[in-house]
Write a protein that binds this ligand. Structure first.
Ligand SMILES: [Zn+2]
Length: 391
C-alpha cells in the first residue's frame, strides 16, 4: 500500500495534552503525526483541510467491547469481527480491545486463537476476557452454568491460547483462587480487572494490593455503595492505582453516579467504555450475547430470560456527546477518559492516546455538537470530512 499523503488540518480547535488550541493545525506525515507545518518547499505536496468550526481530538480507545454493526466478537467469524471493528471505527474508535463473554473453556481458547490473529494483524489492540471467572451472585448477562472459580491454571490457559494478545481479564477476586490469579495476571503484564463481583470493601482492597488495576464497569454487576458496607465501589474509587470503567449511555448509570465516580477518581482514573454488543451501530432486534438471547428495544439490550441489562448499544462518540452535553464535563477531561487513560492502561501511550508528534495519526473530527465528521486512522480517512480539500 502506498504511504498516505501528507495532510495539513487547519482551523479547528485542537485538544492537545497541554490544552486546547483554537485555530490549531495538525500535520499528518504518512501514518504519523508530524512535528510542524511543512516548510515552504513542501507546501505543494500537502493536502490541506480547512476544518474551521470543528474540534480535533485523539482517536478513541475502547477497552471493553463485545461487538457492533450486527456482528459479535464473542462468537462471530473473522469477517464478523472485522464488521464490528469497522462499525466502531466509523464512530471514532481507532483502537479497540475485543471482549469475550462466559463460555466453555474450549470455546474461549478457540476465541482466543481467532482474536489473537486479528491482534497480530493490527485490527485489534488485544483481548479482554470477561468471565467465566465471575460471581454467580453478580453474573449479569453471563451463563450461570458455565461460570467457574478463577483457578490460576485456567487463567493461564486463556493467556497461553491468546499468544500475547490478552490485555485484560475481569474476575471476581473474592472467589477461590482469585488473589493468586490477580498476581499471575500482574506478573504476566495483563490487566486484572475487578468485576461481576460480590466482594466486600476489605476483599477488594486485598485484590488491589495483589495487583488489580481496573474496575470493570464500576457500579454495574457489583454490590451497591452502602454506608456500613461500602463494598467494591468505595475501594475501587479511592485507590490511586485503579482506573474505573464507566458506561456512559444514560441507561447503565444515573448521571449523579457518573458524577460521583468522575469527581472521586478524577479525570485521570476514568475510562469510558462501550461494553457494546452486536446491536451497537445497527438497530433493535433479537441477538445472541455468547450463548444467551438478548432483546434490544429502543437501544437498550436486555436478556430475554430475566431481563438483566446485557451490554450496551453505545458507541464512544455517543459517550463523548453525553459527557459534554448532559454531564457537562470539560472536553479535555472527556478526551482523557476516552483516549489518554485507556491508551496508558494498555501500555500504548507512546503510540496513541494524544495528538503528539511521532504518534499514530489517529484522530476524530467533531462538529460543534460533537457529532463525528471525520475519522483518521494511521493517516487514512475512515470517514473523510465533507469539506473541500484544497490541493
Ligand atoms: Zn462486557
Amino acid at each position: 500500500m502506498a504511504a498516505p499523503a501528507r495532510k495539513v488540518l487547519t482551523g479547528a480547535r485542537v485538544v492537545l495534552p497541554s490544552g486546547t488550541v483554537d485555530d490549531g493545525e495538525v500535520v499528518i506525515d504518512g501514518a504519523h503525526i508530524g512535528g510542524s507545518a511543512p516548510s515552504a518547499g513542501q507546501e505543494g505536496e500537502a493536502e490541506r483541510w480547512d476544518l474551521s468550526g470543528h474540534w480535533i481530538v485523539p482517536g478513541f480507545v475502547d477497552l471493553h467491547n463485545h461487538g457492533g454493526g450486527g456482528a459479535s466478537f464473542t462468537s462471530g467469524t473473522v469477517d464478523d469481527v472485522l464488521t464490528g471493528i469497522a462499525t466502531h471505527r466509523a464512530h471514532g474508535t481507532t483502537t479497540l480491545v475485543a471482549s469475550t463473554v462466559t463460555g466453555e473453556m474450549d470455546f474461549l481458547t478457540a476465541r482466543a486463537g481467532l482474536l489473537s490473529e486479528l491482534t497480530e494483524q493490527g485490527d485489534l489492540a488485544g483481548i479482554h476476557f470477561e468471565g467465566p471467572f465471575i460471581s454467580p451472585c453478580r453474573k449479569g448477562a453471563h451463563s450461570e452454568a458455565l461460570l467457574r472459580d478463577p483457578h490460576p491454571a485456567d487463567v493461564a490457559a486463556l493467556l497461553d491460547a491468546s499468544r500475547g494478545a490478552a490485555r485484560m481479564v475481569t474476575l471476581a477476586t473474592e472467589l477461590p483462587g482469585g488473589l493468586d490469579s490477580v498476581r499471575l495476571l500482574a506478573d504476566r503484564g495483563v490487566i486484572a480487572a475487578v468485576g461481576h463481583t460480590d466482594a466486600t470493601y476489605e476483599q477488594t482492597v486485598e485484590a488491589i494490593d495483589a495487583g488489580a488495576t481496573v474496575a470493570t464497569h464500576l457500579f454495574n454487576a457489583m454490590p451497591p455503595l452502602g454506608h456500613r458496607a461500602p463494598g467494591p465501589i468505595a475501594a475501587l474509587l479511592e485507590d490511586e492505582r485503579v482506573t474505573v470503567e464507566l458506561i456512559n449511555d444514560g441507561t447503565h448509570l444515573h448521571p449523579a453516579a457518573l458524577e460521583l465516580a468522575f469527581h472521586r477518581a478524577g479525570a485521570d482514573r476514568v475510562a469510558f467504555i462501550t461494553d457494546a454488543m452486536d446491536a451497537a451501530g445497527f438497530g433493535d432486534g433479537r441477538y445472541l450475547l455468547g450463548p444467551l438471547e438478548v432483546d434490544v428495544v429502543d437501544g437498550v439490550a436486555r436478556l430475554v430470560e430475566g431481563g438483566s441489562i446485557a451490554g450496551s448499544t453505545l458507541t464512544l462518540d455517543r459517550a463523548f456527546r453525553r459527557a459534554a452535553l448532559v454531564d457537562k464535563l470539560p472536553v479535555d477531561q472527556i478526551v482523557r477518559a476516552l483516549s489518554a487513560n485507556p491508551a496508558r492502561l494498555l501500555g500504548l501511550d507512546h503510540r496513541i492516546g494524544s495528538l503528539e508528534p511521532g504518534k499514530d495519526a489517529d484522530l476524530v473530527v467533531l462538529d460543534e455538537g460533537f457529532e463525528v465528521k471525520g475519522v483518521l486512522r494511521h493517516g487514512d480517512w475512515v470517514v473523510a470530512p465533507q469539506v473541500a480539500a484544497a490541493a
